[in-house]
Design a protein around this ligand. Structure first.
Ligand code: GLU
Length: 430
């Protein structure tokens, strides 16, 4: 079983979407379950509605999952397991104050190996009665923890690096590492694909599962970071840092998915669909070094996927249900890459024209003729008829005609545009 475990504390990062997609793809290829676990344990960081937003994004990207759960539903299990570790003397109660912990870090007073480590379940009753704040920590491991990562290779972590860490916080809620390790164990997650920023959590989570007596082998794949244009790890505040930003700019799901699969990967083609990627995707081809996010490449891919869209479906984005409008939109892919840029090309067609400009008078003449003449099928005949009837010549004819039909001074050939807007001619030319 694979899982995507987002925290509902922020807009989904593109790195997180990449994680969700890779989990989905591998699960689908293996024919095993893919679940979503909303990690909402830290109540104070939870933002109302973000869980729904995450699920909506997964739907937009067509990443179906077998179930959705909220981590907070398992709170009592986390607490029970923490107490079990305490009773088995694999964990201890720590009543150190933040100041003591600080001095400990400086090596002045190492409570992990001394003062608190013997404080167990028995003493907890009195500590609770005396209302002394406490946390529960696991004892520092004795041996190295070894992680086999499909992308990063074999990683040895020394006991000092893992140390005696908190599993249950002073408010009684589990730490991220503890709840995550327990839930992965309970669900029987066999492969964890996530960002490399969790690489330092993995030994802790493996150690927790060892302490709990979990015997199954879990595989890991930590995906290298995406870098912004300054070569730093991409963050939500970067352009393109969140899925929401990409949607707001007019990038479409198929193109975003294509680009995120392509990044740092070795793929048979540059442009592909999810069903195609399902045929050949393998984590083995993912590079183990950080990869720069290239906006120009995403723009190019967006253009390619808009071109591949069904014409009628494309037109619905612009408020129509007409394949010809989809074709009209595609004519503008020569000069635009996103839905927003395309919208700015199509909107002027259907916006009342400005007759007060330089060519206003000629536009009025042409408008009048269009209203008077019967509908003409061929552009050639339409053009020659209007030209003859208006007696306009050269740019005195071409400029106002284009302005009247398209609302802008330049663009694709009118002979390509005309057949597509013919049914709307009276609306357009006014
Ligand atoms: N809740 C963590 C996140 O949002 C999950 C990390 C993990 O996959 O374990 O990234």
């Amino acid at each position: 079983m694979l899982r995507f475990a987002p925290s509902p504390t922020h807009d989904m990062h593109i790195g997180e979407l990449r994680v969700a997609m890779f989990n989905y793809i591998v699960a689908k290829q293996k024919g095993i379950s893919f679940i979503v676990r909303i990690e909402d344990t830290e109540k104070e960081r939870f933002i109302e509605g973000k869980d729904t937003e995450i699920l909506q994004i997964l739907e937009k990207f067509a990443l179906p999952h077998d179930s959705v759960s909220h981590q907070s539903e398992n709170l009592h299990i986390h607490q029970t397991l923490a107490i079990r570790l305490l009773e088995e003397k694999k964990a201890f109660v720590c009543t150190c104050t933040p100041e003591q912990i600080e001095s400990e870090k400086k090596g002045l007073n190492h409570c992990y190996s001394g003062r608190c480590t013997d404080v167990g379940a028995q003493e907890l009753i009195k500590i609770k009665k005396d209302k002394i704040p406490f946390v529960i920590r696991v004892k520092k491991p004795e041996d190295d923890i070894v992680t086999h990562d499909l992308i990063q290779g074999e990683i040895h972590t020394t006991p000092d690096k893992v140390d005696a860490f908190v599993i249950l916080k002073s408010d009684g809620t589990p730490s991220y590492d503890f709840s995550c390790a327990c839930d992965d164990m309970i669900s029987g997650i066999t492969l964890i694909v996530r960002g490399e920023n969790y690489l330092s959590n993995t030994p802790k989570q493996k150690y927790i599962q060892q302490l709990l007596g979990y015997k199954e082998e879990t595989s890991y794949a930590h995906l290298p970071n995406l870098l912004n244009d300054k070569g730093k790890k991409m963050q939500a505040k970067d352009n393109a840092g969140t899925v929401k930003w990409l949607f707001e700019q007019g990038f479409i799901p198929n193109a975003i998915a294509n680009y995120l699969i392509l990044l740092g990967n070795n793929t048979p083609t540059e442009i592909f669909t999810m069903p195609e990627a399902l045929e050949w995707f393998t984590l083995d081809n993912i590079s183990n070094s950080a990869v720069p996010f290239d906006m120009e490449k995403l723009r190019f891919i967006n253009k390619a996927h808009i071109k591949m869209m069904d014409d009628k479906e494309l037109s619905t984005v612009f408020g129509f249900a007409d394949a010809d409008i989809g074709k009209l939109v595609k004519l503008y892919l020569e000069e635009a890459c996103t839905l927003n840029e395309l919208e700015s090309k199509i909107r002027p067609f259907f916006t009342p024209k400005d007759f007060n400009g330089e060519w206003g008078e000629q536009m009025r003449m042409i408008e009048k003729l269009i209203w008077e003449l019967p509908m003409i099928d061929s552009f050639k005949l339409f053009e020659s008829t209007i030209k003859k009837e208006s007696a306009l010549e050269g740019e005195h004819f071409t400029k106002p005609l284009r302005l009247l039909l398209t609302g802008t001074e330049s663009g694709p050939e009118l002979s390509d545009i005309y057949p597509l807007i013919k049914p709307y001619l009276l609306e357009v030319a006014s």
